[in-house]
Ligand binder design. Structure first.
Ligand SMILES: Cc1cc2nc3c(=O)[nH]c(=O)nc-3n(C[C@H](O)[C@H](O)[C@H](O)COP(=O)(O)OP(=O)(O)OC[C@H]3O[C@@H](n4cnc5c(N)ncnc54)[C@H](O)[C@@H]3O)c2cc1C
Length: 492
């Protein structure tokens, strides 16, 4: 029988699955089905034209989803090489202030504090008290992982090793920045597997484990050309027209493959294993496809809603997902500057916990610093992105531009070199993303193993694979990697 693979969902995971499957199985037909009119899922880059009051104009890239990639994800470097995207890459060097300077905004205080970026900076206030003692004491602390536990929350883990103040200040801020989630609920093993591994490697100490050599993954089957040379000394990168260039290039490439068909504006309405064992993918247009294999790159709860009771799968609704509001702001350039130079800042969990009385800001990215090469005439404008929501209960009044600007001026108030009152922005855009980042809870890795076992037998018998942000990591690198590995166990 000729192989026909249907890929459900045209986000980055679905597109990279289609890319790799069409190469691995050139004789197979690959059909990718996407609900909306565009491919890329949460990736959404747009170039807007802006004007200031003095006749200056610029064309500025706005991201409403992911904005940066890290060079350690080899699967993405491979796509850059194979799709010919090298000349579109723009990088932030590790030596730049955007890479070196990251800040925290401690709730109920004014201004920003600088996160340690050098040995001397950890000895300066306030890191001398907030950071240094907890990190110095940690290697001397006895091994304290309770016997038999196989997972715990990020907050538990950090509290065990570094104490509650450190866990709330740094752990919660880190989790806000990546998962827009509550560190007291997120699985440390699923969200930050390297932390758990460092504790193992360091005989109970994370700091000791971080200093010891890390036995790296031996799987090195990436066709990356000379892209790693280009990434030497790079902290983060994107593309000249934003992250959207990656799904854009994938979709263009796939459209030119004779063994691939891309369907958009085509929601999948159900997924059935018929009585005779045949797989049926029903589209809401009424079309039915009978593939030999299926890759689901859908959010897990969406997949759950498509399954018939005779072929249901475990744990698809076990992880909740964060909802965030993304506010893009463009200001005219000012003297002094609006903010210190750096990547941006994160806001830790308030001491009093999450409440509608708090402003609800998770963090702000100083886009103009990190990726100004994306924008024409960038020197005349300042671009920032504010992330709100996640575990913070927010209402529409929290996200009104005036309310956010008042809060930003509290965050950006500093004694010296930047402005105390923000000017009127010349462009604003507010977007709400519901259930956009999966939050793996403790026990997630075990549940995903059980899901894999269930897929291998019963009605699916290995013919359905489930991949994507909800399974093994939410970063773009994780998503491309899971697409690369999709269908690897299907022989010939
Ligand atoms: C605001 C934000 C900022 C982020 N920042 C970063 C960052 O800076 N760096 C980073 O590495 N990661 C970042 N991430 C995470 C990363 O963007 C996501 O984890 C990743 O894009 C998820 O890709 P995916 O393909 O697995 O899922 P999705 O993007 O969710 O794709 C799923 C696709 O399935 C489609 N679909 C849904 N239902 C159906 C149906 N019934 N039929 C057909 N199709 C359907 C959807 O329309 C969608 O296109 C960010 C995420 C968000 C939301």
């Amino acid at each position: 029988m000729n192989r026909h693979v249907v890929i459900l969902g045209g986000g980055l995971t679905g597109l990279s699955s289609a890319f790799h499957l069409s190469r691995r199985f050139p004789e197979a037909l690959i059909t990718l089905v996407e609900k909306t009119s565009r491919f890329g899922g949460w990736i959404s880059s747009e170039r807007v034209q802006v004007h200031d009051g003095d006749g200056r104009t610029a064309e500025i890239v706005l991201e409403s989803g992911p904005r940066t990639l890290r060079p350690n994800a080899k699967s993405v470097l491979e796509l850059i090489h194979l799709l010919g995207l090298k000349n579109s890459v723009i990088t932030t060097p590790i030596t730049s202030s955007a890479a070196k300077n990251r800040y925290l905004q401690i709730p109920e205080t004014q201004g920003l504090i600088t996160l340690p970026n050098s040995l001397t900076s950890v000895f300066s206030p306030p890191m001398r008290t907030l950071f240094l003692p907890h990190v110095l004491r940690e290697p001397a602390k006895r091994r304290n992982r309770p016997d038999g536990i196989t997972d715990e929350t990020v907050d538990n883990f950090m509290t065990r090793r570094f104490g509650p103040t450190f866990a709330r200040t740094f752990g919660s801020a880190l989790v806000h920045g990546i998962y827009a989630a509550d560190s007291r609920k997120l699985s440390v093993r699923a969200a930050f597997p390297s932390l758990w591994a460092m504790e193992d490697r360091g005989w109970g100490s994370v700091v000791r484990g971080a200093l010891l050599p890390n036995p790296t993954d031996s799987q090195e089957d990436y066709d990356v050309g000379d892209i790693p040379d280009m990434m030497k000394g790079v902290s983060v990168y994107s593309f000249i027209d934003g992250i959207g260039m990656l799904p854009g290039a994938l979709a263009t490439h796939l459209r030119n493959q004779s063994n691939v068909e891309l369907l958009h504006d085509n929601p999948i309405s159900s997924l059935i294993v018929a009585d005779d064992g045949q797989l049926e993918v029903k589209l809401s247009s009424g079309q039915m496809i009978n593939p030999t294999h299926i890759i689901s790159a859908l959010p897990l709860p969406v997949l759950d809603g498509l399954l018939h009771s005779n072929s249901s799968l475990p744990h698809l609704t076990a992880s909740p997902a964060s909802s965030v509001v993304v506010l893009n702001l463009i200001f005219p350039q000012t003297q002094p500057k609006l903010h210190p130079s750096g990547f941006g800042y994160l806001v830790p969990r308030p001491l009093s916990g999450y409440s509608p009385h708090n402003p609800g800001i998770l963090g702000t990215v100083f886009d103009s610093c990190a990726l100004s090469a994306q924008d024409s005439n960038a020197a005349n404008f300042t671009k920032m992105t504010v992330m709100m929501g996640g575990p913070n209960p927010i209402t529409p009044s929290h996200t009104e531009v005036d309310t956010v600007l008042k809060q930003l001026s509290v965050h950006l108030t500093a004694p010296d070199d930047y402005l105390k009152v923000l000017p009127e922005p010349i462009y604003t855009r507010t977007q709400r993303h519901d259930d956009c980042i999966p939050n793996p809870m403790p026990g997630h890795l075990r549940r995903m193993e059980e899901l894999k076992t269930a897929l291998a037998k019963g009605p699916w018998s290995g013919r359905l694979e489930v991949v994507g942000a909800g399974v093994r990591g939410v970063s773009l690198g994780d998503c491309v990697e899971s697409g690369k590995r999709a269908g690897e166990s299907w022989t010939c």
